[in-house]
Ligand binder design. Structure first.
Ligand SMILES: CCCCCCCCCC/C=C\CCCCCCC/C=C/C(=O)SCCNC(=O)CCNC(=O)[C@H](O)C(C)(C)COP(=O)(O)OP(=O)(O)OC[C@H]1O[C@@H](n2cnc3c(N)ncnc32)[C@H](O)[C@@H]1OP(=O)(O)O
Ligand code: FAD
Length: 643
């Protein structure tokens, strides 16, 4: 199962080796992190990032190994933006000459970059950005300027204190004419003494949610006061500006300017299963250790994992972790394919890839963020302790619902793709993830054939149910949209239904990818059978949760919906004996989990007790402030009624 989770034996070995490397090196200790102040926390992260870079070079780690190393170090920092956004932006949007100049510098970290798109006033609406890049023909330069307070760049990671360069997104202006938003490579700091270059105001935007997690990152603010950069620092794969000030667009579609976001959204989907599996591992192990009620004749109480209600909250999350792992793997291969096509100037699959990355990013991050919080509750009161590992994980994870495309905004992008697909149905056969929309007639006419709970243990029955629900919701939206004279007005009016239809479409993708995975790639019958159980749990849990959709679209009868729920309860009993094996298969080491409740050896209570004593408040019996503020109250002998 470890191999099935990792994707291959080789992938397992690489990640396992890197997990051990990090866990066994004292530099990467992290348990004391929540006790550090912001400055210490940040410096500590800089130290770890520098040491990691040294290890990557000294040990000559491959790109894959280096990624796992950074993952297990488990502290967001400037290198995330450098590797995940700055470098891909140059790769995807730079010309050959630009790549030749900038990539070697970035790949050896002689320069450190960030991605400066969002502004104080605009994040989702990229076309609304206000920073200007005005071409000066006399000097062959662009003048970068922040004309308003709301145009201040706001949020870019690593920008406040570390990055030497940024890809800055700004409105291109030539001779007073606006030519849309483009990316520009801008140097921010001196490579000699790291001071901000003249004309730039740079700072940190302040502490964020949680304590020891995202505050390791220096998210920054940046303002330009007429800062000049050479013309050849505009990323020119999509559009070019000549030294005469002529604006030209190549055959490459404008959407490629958004290409870096597609790449990172894909990474975020691939990473969702890491965060969710981490929370599920902690909650499952603890649910086996924790006992409440049910003791008879002085015997042990019941393990809380044996309560059906605990199972009904925990096991769907376990199944979701596996579903997200497989859909992440699938999306990665879709992305690798589109990347190769884009390099060869084939843009045909970009719209579908954009819809898949946007929608699955929204689906997986929302479910993971909610899932981590559910795991905290599944651990009762102890889940609220930092030493459970869950509060910090939650604080780290929740912004994923907002960054790289706010989730609702992303679902609306999926909706645009679906509406377009439906309106083209007469003359363009949908392919890939939208192919089912080409079979609307049977999907709209046939109803579910399930008669017993057992009938739900059938991939075809499940797939058809999810296809019919999505098709009926999408087509229904399309029909209602057609009644509006102004399509944009109609889209806005129906946006709530469109977001729900998009979710149904994305859930169909996750369910069908899970089923495909079972059909083709699982080594070992035992592993395959166990994963089948999880696949059914995932699908029937979604069906139960969204049964309103399935019933309202008329595909299911109430009886069939209740049979699905009956089967789901039976499936929980099949998951129970393997629950620990399922979470051990994630291969999360204690160092990575950083959780007293999720320890591999299950030795929870002594370690919980021991961890409490490490709190700085327990350094002495009488702490600072007691004599000054508490003792006087005790000695005054006042009664509030007399005040
Ligand atoms: C316990 C502690 C644990 C710690 C663990 C630490 C682990 C560390 C390791 C981490 C490693 C990696 C993690 C990854 C790094 C993550 C860092 C995250 C940092 C965050 C960065 C950011 O947020 S960057 C900013 C992102 N901003 C956005 O996403 C903005 C969202 N807005 C948009 O994308 C667009 O503006 C929007 C699409 C919404 C609308 O665009 P607009 O121009 O108005 O266009 P439309 O008219 O709607 O569309 C025009 C046509 O273009 C199509 N289209 C839109 N986008 C794309 C695209 N990206 N690709 C292709 N096509 C696109 C659209 O569909 C339209 O097409 P049509 O055919 O014309 O309809
Ligand atoms: C931790 C973190 C790190 C980040 N790192 C970076 C970075 O490195 N570089 C960078 O450039 N940016 C970064 N960002 C910014 C991030 O990309 C934006 O915050 C994100 O894209 C959301 O945009 P917004 O803040 O403008 O949200 P808004 O769009 O203002 O969202 C507010 C609300 O409005 C709703 N809404 C907005 N538009 C619509 C619409 N059309 N229809 C319906 N509802 C709508 C949303 O659903 C949401 O509920 C980071 C953000 C965070 C939290």
């Amino acid at each position: 199962m470890k191999v099935a989770w990792a994707g291959s034996r080789e992938a397992f070995q690489v990640s396992d080796r890197m997990a051990k490397l990090v866990a066994n090196d004292p530099v990467f200790e992290k348990f004391s992190k929540p006790m550090l102040g912001r400055k210490e926390l940040f410096k500590n992260t800089l130290r770890k990032a520098a040491y990691a870079w040294k290890l990557i070079n000294d040990l000559r780690l491959t790109e894959e190994e280096a990624k796992w190393l950074r993952h297990y170090i488990d502290e967001p920092n400037y290198t995330d933006l450098h590797w995940e956004m700055f470098v891909p932006a140059i790769e995807g949007q730079g010309t050959k000459e630009q790549k030749k100049k900038w990539l070697p510098l970035a790949q050896t970290m002689q320069i450190i970059g960030t991605y400066a798109q969002t502004e104080l006033g605009h994040g989702s609406n990229v076309q609304g950005l206000e920073t200007t890049a005005t071409f000066d023909r006399q000097t062959d330069e662009f003048v970068m300027h922040s004309p308003t307070l709301t145009s201040s760049k706001w949020w870019p990671g690593g920008m406040a204190k570390v990055a030497t360069h940024a890809i800055v997104y700004a409105r291109l202006i030539i001779d007073g004419l606006f030519h849309g938003v483009h990316g520009f490579i801008v140097q921010l700091r001196s490579l000699e003494d790291h001071s901000p270059l003249p004309g730039l105001t740079l700072g940190d935007i302040g502490m964020k949610f949680g304590h020891g997690t995202y505050n390791t990152m220096d998210n920054g603010v940046l303002r330009f006061d007429h800062v000049r950069i050479p013309r050849n620092q505009m990323l020119m794969r999509v559009s070019q500006v000549t030294k005469e000030g002529k604006y030209a667009q190549s055959d490459v579609p404008r959407q490629l300017l958004y290409g870096t976001m597609v790449s990172v959204r894909q990474t975020i989907v691939a990473d969702a299963s890491k965060a969710l599996s981490r929370a599920v591992c902690i909650a499952t192990r603890y649910s086996v250790v924790r006992r409440q009620f049910g003791s008879r004749n002085g015997g042990p109480e019941t393990q809380v994992i044996d309560y059906k209600t605990q199972q009904s909250r925990l096991f769907p999350l376990l199944a979701s972790a596996y579903a997200f792992r497989f859909v992440g793997e699938w999306l990665k291969s879709l992305y690798i394919d589109v990347k190769q096509r884009l390099e060869a100037n084939d843009f045909s699959t970009l719209p579908e890839t954009h819809a898949c990355t946007a929608g699955l990013k929204a689906l997986t991050t929302a479910a993971t963020a909610d899932g981590i919080e559910e795991c905290r509750k599944l651990c009762g009161g102890h889940g609220y302790l930092i030493s459970s590992g869950l509060p910090e994980l939650f604080a780290f994870y929740v912004p994923a619902c907002s960054y790289e495309g706010e989730n609702v905004v992303m679902m609306l992008q999926v909706a645009r793709f679906l509406v377009k697909t439906v309106s083209n149905l007469g003359y363009k056969q949908p392919v890939g993830t939208a192919a089912y929309l080409g079979r609307v007639t049977p999907l709209l006419q046939n109803n579910c054939a399930v008669q017993t709970a057992e009938d739900w243990l059938n991939p075809d029955a499940i797939l058809e149910a999810f296809e019919a629900r999505a098709a009926r919701m999408v087509i229904g939206c399309g029909e209602r949209l057609a009644m509006f004279e102004n399509p944009e007005e109609g889209f806005a009016e129906l946006s709530i239904d469109l977001v729900e239809a998009s979710l149904a479409h994305c859930q169909l993708i996750t369910v069908s990818v899970f089923i495909q995975k079972l059909n083709h790639e699982i080594p070992g019958n035992g592993v395959k059978r166990s994963l089948e159980v999880l696949c059914y749990v995932y699908a029937l849990f979604l069906l139960h949760k969204h049964q309103g959709d399935f019933l309202a679209t008329g595909y299911l009868t109430p009886k069939q919906a209740s049979l699905a729920n009956e089967q789901l309860r039976t499936l929980y009993s099949k998951v129970r004996p393997n629950a620990i094996a399922f979470v051990d298969s994630f291969n999360h080491m204690d160092h990575y989990l950083c959780s007293v409740l999720g320890r591999y050896d299950g030795n929870v209570y002594p370690k919980l007790y021991e961890a409490a004593w490490k709190d700085p408040l327990n350094d002495s019996d009488i702490v600072d402030g007691i004599q000054q503020y508490v003792q006087p109250i005790l000695k005054q002998k006042l009664h509030y009624a007399k005040l």
